[in-house]
Design a protein around this ligand. Structure first.
Ligand SMILES: [Cu+2]
Length: 125
């Protein structure tokens, strides 16, 4: 009786170990997968900081932080004026866009902001 119970426990443990191993394989391998590719702040003074960004071609993640008082957006002009991300006042948001190598202009499309100077350059290599 006792030996049979032990056998069942061992068999169960082996099965659990096999399943756990598979799960770990799927979870590993993305060491910096959560890291934003570019990080930029939209200031209350209506500027991007920094206004010169660079990223590797492909899927580019943009992390946009808006300062305390004003909402900002991150729009790529050459990508058909695609809004990548918008961030509410005092918050940080992320968005993703696919870009080939080239030089792009990004700006904030909140009315009046681009005119006030909210634009910059994104170099994709
Ligand atoms: Cu803005």
């Amino acid at each position: 009786m006792r030996a049979r119970t032990l056998t069942l426990i061992i068999a169960g443990s082996l099965m659990l170990a096999a399943c756990g191993g598979d799960g770990d394989d799927a979870g590993n391998g993305d060491g910096n997968g959560g890291e934003p590719t570019v990080s930029v702040t939209g200031t209350d003074a209506l500027a991007f900081d920094p206004d010169q960004l660079s990223a590797a071609a492909g899927s580019i993640t943009v992390e946009l932080t808006s300062e305390q008082a004003v909402e900002h957006t991150f729009v790529v002009e050459e990508a058909s004026d695609t809004e990548v991300v918008a961030a509410a006042p005092g918050e940080t948001s992320t968005g993703t866009i696919e870009l080939e190598a080239g030089s792009y202009t990004f700006y904030c499309d909140v009315p009046g902001h681009r005119e006030a100077g909210m634009e910059g350059t994104l170099e994709v290599e």
